[in-house]
Design a protein around this ligand. Structure first.
Ligand code: 8YV
Length: 328
């Protein structure tokens, strides 16, 4: 590798310490406004960068990759999910693609567990009562949510985050069930007392809570279609902290409208940052603005992971978090 510092273009503001380190190590170009780059700015960025550091708010599709300059060598994503990147096109053009797995696992699992608790125990509704001064005194039948202990949680996608959620769920007395492309090891199943379902539809129709924790791919697009939503039991709580595209959001809004679900907790949306209006302002729907990895620690660790990947590449080695199409 040449002694010239790599031109590393960041599409968004990252934590201060990450940006400072990037400036020390690379010819780093920061986005000081923090507004997402529009298409023209993104095209300009891939025309001058050696390394692009995008986030989920950038669409890195085949067309953009085709417009990149000869010098672009690497796309070092700030985030674990790479569904906004056409990895096949990038790798086909000889680019290295990396992500930041592992460092946001516990935080995202915390958020999924928080949504399960918030929806089942009506925490947001209760907080609104207090904020609006509507608490008129305790009554035996008012604001009753649903018990968690002993209920069945079905986790769709038993990767790192799914497993981290299962550990938390066990502590709350939930029975863990899961569906995954591949069955996890017997040791993990035993640790989590997790029951594997080969057939997703069968699992869905028997759960009390369903949490989506799988990546967005062509195969998982609208995994929760109108038909699948109809398979859920009417008392089910549906949680999504993975990707909005996993759910047909219009179908979900209709199901909520017809009281076909007891509650919903969403941190991600099909057309982010837009949210289907039918889901807004519903007492049994808790919506969060994509906060899964939003802790100071996780965002710092994600930045450190990006730096590690770029440094390793700069030193002529294989970056630890390389993503190849076969992994998706
Ligand atoms: C990130 C996420 O904040 O890492 C992911 O895949 O969904 C988020 O928690 C976001 O992707 C940053 O690019």
């Amino acid at each position: 590798m040449s002694a010239r510092k790599l031109k590393v273009v960041l599409t968004r503001r990252l934590p201060d310490a990450v940006e400072t380190r990037m400036r020390e190590l690379f010819d780093a170009e920061l986005n000081l406004t923090d507004a997402p780059l529009d298409r023209t700015a993104l095209i300009e960025a891939v025309r001058r960068a050696d390394v692009l550091v995008p986030t989920i708010t950038d669409r890195i599709d085949a067309e953009l990759i085709g417009l990149a300059g000869e010098q672009l060598r690497m796309i070092a994503n700030f985030g674990a999910g790479v569904d906004h990147i056409d990895v096949e096109a990038a790798v086909g053009r000889g680019l290295i693609v990396t992500n930041t797995p592992g460092v946001l696992t516990e935080d995202t699992a915390d958020l999924a567990m928080s949504l399960i608790l918030a929806v089942s125990r009506r925490i947001v509704e209760g907080a609104a009562v207090m904020a609006e001064g509507r608490f008129a005194g305790w009554t035996p039948t008012w604001m009753c949510g649903r018990k968690l202990w002993g209920k069945r949680l079905g986790i769709v996608g038993m990767g790192r985050i799914g497993q981290a959620l299962a550990r938390r769920a066990r502590a709350f007395g939930l029975q863990v069930h899961y569906h995954n492309r591949k069955r996890v090891s017997a040791a993990v199943e035993e640790e989590l007392s997790a029951t594997y379902w080969d057939d997703l539809d069968q699992m869905l129709s028997r759960m009390d809570i369903v949490s989506l924790n799988c990546p967005a791919t062509k195969e998982t697009h609208h995994l929760m279609s109108a038909e699948r939503l109809a398979r859920l039991q009417p008392h089910v709580i549906l949680i999504n902290t993975a990707r909005g595209e996993l759910i047909d959001e219009a179908a979900l809004a209709e199901a909520v409208d017809r009281n076909r679900l007891a509650g919903v907790g969403l941190d991600v949306f099909e057309h982010e940052p837009e949210v289907h209006p039918g889901l807004v302002g519903r007492p049994n729907v808790v919506l969060l603005p994509h906060l899964g990895s939003a802790t100071q620690e996780a965002r710092q660790d994600m930045g450190d992971r990006v730096i590690l990947n770029v440094m390793t590449f700069q030193n002529g080695h294989r970056p630890p978090d390389r993503v190849i199409p076969a992994m998706l």
